[in-house]
Design a protein around this ligand. Structure first.
Ligand code: SF4
Length: 347
């Protein structure tokens, strides 16, 4: 451990000031913090809260219901990331719909759905497009390529989200944020300076132990000064300007809209929808889908967890009725979900 990291570790371990609430908003951070044992080394007055950075966790129940409707009632082939298959909808998951005859194809990138549609012209293919700034460009490329190739059997059910307005909505949930390393490679750092103007503090950090400890030490020291702050503690990967080319692809196909986040509700301007020029590839329009809120299991506390109001092990279903093998809520399904991380790493 080099001298700088050792110093950061000492700052964190020896902190004895007022209680601090620090929210990590990236599911990968949540898992790495557990895996590296960082939670165990924190003093009692530093509380790490897992925020809404797992795309599967924040996708509302109504979206799963729409996907199941497409599969069972419109006989579409659903192309989706694996995690989404096991997320419970109001009445069933996509996995359970599969047992009723739904055709569900697991993909590793949104562009796989375009390729699948090209080679299965006798099927109506729908891409489940979820995720933040890191995965959205690939969904946009799939839609753009479908239009370029006049692919009439392809459309996308879009629930992509952007993070900046979510920080505003969660302003009072934390003293500072650990901003996500991956998303920041696309957004760049200006959004964080803008948040700083709104009184929101945080640092961008990477995923190694030294990087996370350094970020926590920076937060402790900066909070002592009492002024909103931002620092990029991951400059080896996150450039100030982010990725203008990825943002350009997004802006060419999608535009901002209001969006429902599971457990948080509607956050104005935090979602993306397909632009009018690509509306033939919008599954909601193509199949006349009605917007629905869905009915999450009332005992599941995913919403409270995503807002930082409670920890996963405070949920009465945690580890008993709800396990990674039999998830009741989305936070237990995804590898990036906080309930899944708690279950995997807690003794
Ligand atoms: Fe929901 Fe299961 Fe987490 Fe409880 S443990 S909040 S039921 S996902």
């Amino acid at each position: 451990m080099n001298e700088q990291v050792l110093k950061a570790k000492q700052i964190v371990e020896n902190y004895d000031g007022r209680p601090l609430r620090i929210m990590e908003v990236c599911g990968t951070h949540t898992h790495e913090i557990f895996r590296l044992g960082i939670r165990q080394m924190l003093p009692e007055n530093i509380h790490l809260i897992s925020g809404p950075g797992c795309p599967v966790c924040v996708t509302p129940v109504g979206y799963i219901d729409q996907a199941i409707d497409l599969a069972l009632n419109h006989h579409c082939t659903i192309c989706t990331f694996g995690d989404l298959i096991r997320v419970p909808g109001s009445d069933m998951s996509l996995q359970q719909a599969r047992a009723k005859g739904a055709k569900i194809v697991m993909i590793y990138s949104p562009t796989d759905a375009f390729t699948y549609a090209q080679s299965h012209l006798d099927e109506e293919v729908v891409l489940l497009a979820v995720g933040f700034e890191t995965t959205t460009p690939a969904s946009c490329m799939a839609i753009r390529d479908a239009k370029k190739n006049n692919l009439t059997n392809f459309s996308a059910l879009v629930a992509n989200k952007t993070m900046d307005n979510a920080y505003l909505a969660l302003k009072d949930s934390a003293d500072a944020f650990l901003y996500p390393g991956h998303v920041s490679t696309i957004t760049g750092c200006q959004i964080y300076r803008d948040l700083c103007e709104e009184g929101i503090s945080g640092v961008v950090t990477g995923f190694t132990g030294p990087e996370i400890l350094t970020a926590l030490a920076v937060i402790i020291k900066k909070l002592e000064k009492g002024q909103p702050f931002f620092m990029n503690c991951y400059p080896r990967v996150v450039r100030d300007e982010g990725s203008p080319s990825a943002r350009k692809i997004i802006a060419s196909v999608m535009e901002p809209c209001d969006s429902i986040w599971r457990g948080i509700g509607n956050i104005p301007g935090s979602g993306l929808q397909i632009k009018a020029a690509y509306q033939d590839f919008d599954a909601r329009k193509k199949y006349g889908l009605e917007n629905t809120q869905g009915h999450p299991n009332p005992a599941c506390r995913c919403g409270d967890i995503l807002r930082g109001d409670c920890m996963p092990n405070a949920c009465p279903l945690f580890g008993k009725v709800c396990t990674p093998e039999h998830p009741v809520g989305a936070c237990m399904v995804s590898n990036e979900g906080s309930c899944s991380a708690f279950y995997k790493y807690m003794e």
